[in-house]
Design a protein around this ligand. Structure first.
Ligand SMILES: Cc1cc2nc3c(=O)[nH]c(=O)nc-3n(C[C@H](O)[C@H](O)[C@H](O)COP(=O)(O)O)c2cc1C
Length: 214
């Protein structure tokens, strides 16, 4: 098979980071970078790659949407019986990666995921469009599907079951709050001399930050 051409090399350039002025903890900076990406119109700026590990240590990755960020945790929602849900149940260690191409920025997060309380998951589920609520009941996420019609029938069945009633949160659907111990901010600069700043939580639970070679 012949090789395929990759896109041209791009020069990356953003305003240099003022390292001294960075916040003492990482998630406020992540919120600022996310806000910048949203202002710049980056599509799906809250999409992040989530990496989990299987019982045998094999990693797997997929995109999920960041739905809430505080100064402590990043929250996403999913089917808790899915592959990622099963892997997180076995081992809560995980990694997240954001990439905002027009901003020339990447953020890498490493930490531990834990269930968000049921009340919080209920509140978020209630804000979802009804179609998404029904789909959460109909889809056994990550399980084999014999054919598309089986899913559409499952959707019709749950739509009939709930008729005009509010759709409650399925017991197998919930949120995970990722509490980071390491967060790295990468910003593209000229000649591949990119800027990298990593925040790491010390054993005393204090955040320390330092620069890394690009
Ligand atoms: C832009 C985008 C956003 C997504 N957001 C979510 C999400 O928030 N939650 C989710 O469960 N899956 C989301 N998905 C689907 C996942 O990538 C994945 O296919 C699904 O969760 C099953 O993954 P698993 O089998 O590894 O558990 C999204 C996919 C894309 C492309």
């Amino acid at each position: 098979m012949g090789s395929r051409l990759l896109p041209e090399r791009r020069e990356y350039r953003a305003e240099p980071l003022d390292v001294e002025a960075l916040p003492p903890t990482p998630l406020p900076l992540l919120s600022m970078w996310l806000a910048d990406a949203l202002v710049q119109g980056v599509p799906d700026a809250n999409a992040m790659t989530l990496v989990t590990v299987a019982a045998d240590g094999a990693p797997s990755a997929r995109i999920v949407l960041l739905k809430e960020i505080t100064d402590e945790v990043l929250t996403f929602f999913t089917n808790t019986h899915s592959r990622k849900g099963r892997e997180l149940e076995h081992d809560g260690r995980c990694a997240l990666v954001f990439f905002w191409p027009t901003a020339m920025r990447q953020v890498r997060v490493e930490g531990h995921a834990a269930f968000v309380p049921d009340g919080e998951a209920d509140r978020y589920f209630a804000t979802r469009p009804r179609g998404s609520q029904l789909a959460a009941w109909a889809s056994a996420q990550s399980e084999p599907l014999p054919h598309r019609e089986a899913l559409e029938q499952a959707l019709r069945d749950v739509a009939a079951r709930f008729a005009d009633l509010p759709v409650p949160r399925p017991p197998h659907w919930g949120g995970y709050a990722v509490r980071p111990h390491t967060v790295e901010f990468w910003q593209g600069q000229e000649h591949r001399l990119h800027e990298r700043v990593v925040y790491q939580l010390s054993a005393e639970r204090l955040w320390r930050r330092r620069l890394l070679n690009p």
